[in-house]
Write a protein that binds this ligand. Structure first.
Ligand SMILES: Cc1cc2nc3c(=O)[nH]c(=O)nc-3n(C[C@H](O)[C@H](O)[C@H](O)COP(=O)(O)OP(=O)(O)OC[C@H]3O[C@@H](n4cnc5c(N)ncnc54)[C@H](O)[C@@H]3O)c2cc1C
Length: 280
């Protein structure tokens, strides 16, 4: 439980962090809340030679509201998001991350850059069709959520780049629901499902469903979405769509659940999340 030896630098700005990462080479890593990286280091699954702490860069914290969108600084903590009544789905999901101690330290940028298959916010970003901004020695680029998550703990954020902000649409005309199944309330998701539904006169105009822990990356439940779009939001139609939620997924079995049980959970939780989102 003791990490390998490492150097530690505090960055005063994003540019300084990029410079320190470049000097540190391939084994340098950013440190934000530390609640994913430090456990890995203590278990010696990660042994960076240099940690560049970005937790004190004020520019990386806070939420800016632009009417129909939000821009969230990468070092904004889950605890800050969970209090935002105006941020709907993302606030609801943030509230369900672990316990208050973890939420007081963990950041949205750390969660999205880390790309853990069981994490709550990646599936939410995917369903919201948000994006992230990353900056490196070669400048800035925007990565759409659909391109961000590439494999287990692998994202499109390159070594040497800093994820600086997260952009999400407000989607005020969508109802939303978030369902997470775990053994204890503060655990990681065995399976998680978020749903966004836009309805006109009781008919589903648009629907987006994000699945957590149903593959090595978050996924959209596309077959279920296609089945519900354009249909009246009746219990039968929601149930029929939810029955397709596990199509195209490849959940891994683990200590908590077999792939079959995870598929069952995806169907049940999708029905619940769609029902909540449709009632809003
Ligand atoms: C007991 C426990 C329970 C947890 N349960 C849950 C849960 O139920 N749901 C959930 O979603 N999460 C859970 N987490 C994880 C928690 O949400 C983490 O805080 C989060 O995943 C990572 O954020 P962080 O700021 O701590 O990142 P760090 O641990 O500091 O960093 C994680 C990785 O991302 C990189 N990184 C960090 N910030 C940036 C950036 N701005 N740009 C580029 N790379 C960056 C780091 O170099 C590192 O590789 C849990 C953690 C613990 C310890």
């Amino acid at each position: 439980m003791i990490p390998a030896q490492f150097d530690y630098e505090v960055a005063g700005s994003v540019d300084e962090a990029i410079g320190l990462l470049a000097e540190g080479g391939a084994d340098a890593k950013l440190l934000a809340g530390g609640h994913s990286l430090l456990p890995l280091m203590k278990l010696r699954f990660a042994a960076p030679s240099l940690l560049v702490d970005i937790g004190k860069i004020a520019d990386l914290r806070g939420v800016q509201t632009g009417g129909d969108s939000f821009t969230i600084g990468a070092a904004t903590r889950h605890a800050d998001l969970q209090e935002r009544d105006d941020m709907g789905l993302i606030a609801t999901a943030a509230k369900q991350i672990a316990d208050q101690q973890v939420r007081n330290r963990g950041t949205i940028g750390g969660s999205l850059a880390n790309g853990d298959a069981a994490a709550d916010l990646p599936g939410v970003l995917l369903a919201l069709e948000g994006s992230v901004v990353v900056r490196g020695a070669d400048g800035e680029r925007v990565i759409e959520a659909a391109d961000l998550f590439q494999g287990y703990l692998t994202t499109a954020v390159a070594p040497g780049e800093v994820l600086t902000e997260v952009r999400i649409p407000a989607l005020t005309d969508y109802g939303y629901g978030y369902e997470k199944f775990n053994r204890r309330s503060e655990d990681w998701a065995m399976v998680g499902v978020c749903a966004l539904v836009k309805a006109t006169d009781g008919v589903c105009e648009d629907v987006r469903i994000g699945l957590t822990h149903m593959a090595s990356t978050p996924l959209r439940a596309s077959a279920a979405e296609d089945a519900l779009r354009g249909k009246p939001l009746t219990e039968e139609n929601i149930e029929a769509a939810a029955a397709l939620a596990a199509q195209g997924t490849s959940p891994l079995g683990d200590l908590n659940a077999t792939p079959e049980y995870k598929s069952h959970l995806a169907r049940v939780l999708t029905k619940r999340a769609l029902t909540t989102a449709s009632a809003a």
